[in-house]
Design a protein. Structure first.
Length: 385
């Protein structure tokens, strides 16, 4: 089957780009062809709060693409639709995560529908984490062109039906976010000691890792606040490692760290991390901590699981569907730094690392790219006659 993607590709950076690359590889391994209609631009500079929109993203995932789509250019929507149509595909697959892209997706997909191309939306978020002007209206317009939908958590499925209540349940597949593998083909995985050496980390300290874009809804301030009681419990034997690009002002995070009683155990590694270095951080960590204030699902959990790392996170959105309390990690209330510190302390004091890692190794088997490919192909083929 020949499918198209409409989404960002290298040189743009980030998890969405990597996801498309891994999905393309899985589809091609299953015998399908992929035409990647990529973005010529992603965000206007004045709307992008990070450091840069481009970076080294999965250089080993090399896929041809036609950079045409610009979210704010109707002319580019027509050209992208024309390219996809000319490629002779049977369906187009689009990840949906933000209403900003909705007008452009609507402009492309309504033309493709008229030409007999099926539209499959792969849903990260239906309702965005932050407030967005006309968000539900724009989302309804874009998703209203879809023939099929893949919900990556129960929360996403519920949000889909709240926005599009007339959606046919038979057109929806529930498939969780697959695991992310950031290892380059043919490159041996480093040991924990090697990863720590290359990152400049102490080989003997307990390492707690937050990884990902640093935005208000990620709740990083609550992990910083938890550093105080963790410092009191473990002294300098524990390190809180916060790694990611800060979206918005960085000073509030620096001030929060400076005011923390545990400031000397908090390390902020600010900026975009190239895909070829991502693996090192997860191999080096003992525990991944995601103190989200809100969420639908998180690709970071799937990265952690790929490297058999347990996760402490919050009971929000679809996260409790993925992190099994007392088995693959711990769940705590959101915005509760005391509970967060207690869960981290329990993990280390009760020596849960081996037990949880074994459970993660079993649990992650359900998060396969093969399941995602199967669902996409079913929806792309349409109802059986």
């Amino acid at each position: 089957m020949k499918l198209a993607f409409l989404g960002p590709a290298p040189p743009f950076r980030g998890g969405i780009v990597t996801y498309y690359g891994l999905l393309a590889r899985a589809l091609e391994q299953a015998g399908h062809q992929v035409y990647w209609a990529s973005f010529a631009a992603q965000y206007p500079g004045f709307l992008f709060p990070g450091t840069t929109q481009e970076g080294e993203t999965a250089p080993w995932l090399d896929h041809p693409n036609t950079p045409r789509f610009v979210p704010w250019s109707p002319w580019s929507w027509w050209r992208a639709a024309r390219d996809i149509e000319a490629a002779g595909v049977e369906a187009v697959v689009i990840k949906y995560w933000l209403p900003f892209f909705a007008p452009g997706f609507w402009g492309v997909t309504r033309r493709l529908r008229a030409k007999g191309v099926r539209v499959v939306y792969l849903l990260d978020n239906v309702i965005p984490h932050e407030k967005y002007p006309l968000g539900q209206f724009l989302t309804r317009k874009a998703l209203g062109t879809g023939h099929g939908f893949i919900a990556q958590s129960g929360q996403v499925r519920a949000d889909l039906f709240s926005v599009l209540p007339d959606t046919d349940p038979q057109a929806v597949r529930d498939v969780p976010h697959p695991v992310y593998d950031f290892g380059a083909p043919g490159r041996p995985r480093k040991t924990r000691q090697e990863a720590r050496r290359d990152l400049g980390l102490d080989p003997d300290r307990r390492v707690v890792l937050f990884f990902g874009f640093i935005k208000p809804y990620k709740g990083v301030v609550h992990l910083i606040d938890a550093a105080g009681p963790l410092r009191a419990e473990f002294g300098d034997e524990l390190q809180v490692l916060i790694v990611g690009d800060i979206y918005g002002g960085r000073q509030p995070y620096l001030d929060r760290i400076a005011a923390s009683a545990g400031k000397d155990i908090v390390t902020l590694v600010e900026g975009f991390v190239p895909d070829e270095t991502v693996e090192d951080y997860f191999v080096a960590a003992d525990l991944v901590v995601l103190p989200y204030v809100s969420a639908t699902q998180s690709g970071i959990v799937q990265i952690a699981y790929h490297y058999d790392r347990p996760v402490v996170t919050t009971r929000v959105g679809g996260l409790p569907e993925v992190v099994r309390e007392g088995e693959t990690g711990f769940l705590v209330p959101p915005e509760d730094s005391g509970a967060l510190a207690d869960a981290i302390t329990r993990f280390f004091r009760e020596d849960k690392a081996d037990e949880f890692a074994a459970a993660v190794a079993r649990e992650k088997k359900k998060y396969s790219w093969e399941s995602m490919v199967e669902a996409i192909v079913e929806l792309a083929q349409g109802p059986k006659r």
